[in-house]
Structures are given as C-alpha cells and as structure tokens.
Design a protein around this ligand. Sequence first.
Ligand code: HEM
Ligand code: HEM
Length: 185
Amino acid sequence: MTVAAIDEPRTYSRAMIWLHWGIALLIAAALATIEFREFYEKGTPIREGLKTVHFMIGISVLALVIVRIAVRATQTVPAITPPPPAWQTGLAHLMHTALYGFMLALPILGWLTLSAGGKPIPFGLPALVLENKDAAGWYKDIHHQLGEILYYVIGLHAAAALFHHYMAKDDTLKRMIPSASRSSR
Ligand code: HEM
Ligand code: HEM
C-alpha cells in the first residue's frame, strides 16, 4: 500500500454524512406531509397546515443542498474498496447528478408555483416571478411529475446501496455511515 493510500479518507466526511442523512429525512418528511394532506378535506386547517409544513421543509432542503454542493466541491469522494467495475461507477455518477438535480429543481419549482399563484412564500421569501395562474399550473404539474419520479429514483439509489453492501460486499454504504474509523474532517 502506498503512503498516499494510507492518507486517503475511507469514508465521506462527517459534514457530508450528516447532510446526506439529514436531507434524506427532510425529503421523506416533505413527501409524507404532501401525501397525508389527501386524508383531509380541502380548506381544513390541518390540510393547509400540512401544505405549509411541506413548503417549509422543501425550502430547507434547497438551503441545505446548496451548502452540501459547496462542501462537496471542497472534498474528494472516498474510493470504494474493492473498486466496482467502471460501468457501475459511471451509473453512480449519473444517479448522483440526477439526485442533486431533483433536490434543486423540486424546491425551485415549488417556489415558482407559489410565486406564480400569488401565494405567500415561507420564511418571508420573495416571489420569483409575477403572478400568472396559467404558469402556476404548469409549474405545479412539472413539480408533481418530478415528485412522482423521485420515488423511483430514490428507490433505485437505495437498492443500489443495498446491492453494494449485501451482494458486492464492498464498503460503498459503510462510507456513508458515521464511524469511529474515519479520519476527523
Ligand atoms: C424536496 C423538496 C420537495 C419535494 C420532494 C416535493 C414533492 C411534492 C410532491 C410529490 C407533490 C405532489 C403531491 C400530489 O399532488 O399528490 C408536491 C406538491 C406541491 N408542492 Fe412540493 N415538493 C418539494 C418542495 C416544495 C417547495 C419548496 C414548495 C414551495 C415553496 C412546494 C410546493 C408544492 C405545492 C404548491 C404543491 C401542490 C400542493 C396542492 O396544491 O395540494 N414543494 N410536492
Ligand atoms: C433511503 C436510503 C438511502 C441510502 C441507503 C443511501 C445510501 C447512499 C450511499 C451508500 C451513498 C454513497 C454512494 C457512493 O459513494 O457511490 C450515497 C450517496 C448519495 N446519496 Fe444516498 N442514500 C439514501 C437516500 C438518499 C436520498 C433520499 C437522497 C436524495 C434525494 C440521496 C442522495 C445521495 C447523493 C446525491 C449521493 C452522492 C453523494 C456525493 O458523492 O456527493 N440519498 N447514498
């Protein structure tokens, strides 16, 4: 083993790990709140409350993913041991880029939906566009479609992580779990 290999981090940094799982939890909560609203009649305070919480969680995801992309830009991704075939690494890059894309696009489209609908934006944020009910409908449709696709994308991503752990038996998943063996960063 070379000296460089000993110095290389074995896992993602503490910041990247907490951002990964924190954002995953927030996305689950954003999806749960918007799905559970269906159980309540239109106009009821609980349904409106669930929607408001959905908006607030979604905006928090946007803020955190911007931090995450900035942190990620300063760090190298730890190598997987044993190294997977190149096609899997290529697919993983595509999948991770798509996940970052969804984490940016969904909240921005939600923000655009409320802006064009003339609705208040959480945290006193400004409207991104002028009021236009037709445009609000389009943004909402795209937001909804992407939200539906996200379920499958997350499912594939989580299945790939489990495949690496249980079938390929490499350290892909361990690298994303808080662990004492990590060099402190
Ligand atoms: C990670 C972030 C987000 C995810 C995964 C997400 C996901 C979803 C999904 C799946 C739906 C469709 C539910 C359905 O029609 O059955 C939805 C609806 C909606 N979302 Fe989001 N969303 C996110 C962030 C946001 C943000 C930040 C806003 C606004 C600031 C927002 C505003 C809306 C609105 C207005 C609807 C339609 C609700 C209704 O009319 O009943 N979303 N979202
Ligand atoms: C449900 C359980 C989940 C599991 C088991 C899981 C597991 C993992 C693992 C093991 C990695 C490292 C992969 C590698 O380095 O090749 C990873 C990376 C990643 N995960 Fe997840 N994840 C989950 C949920 C999510 C969710 C909900 C999102 C966002 C929608 C997400 C977004 C990402 C992204 C963007 C990366 C790439 C990190 C980077 O290199 O910058 N994950 N995940």
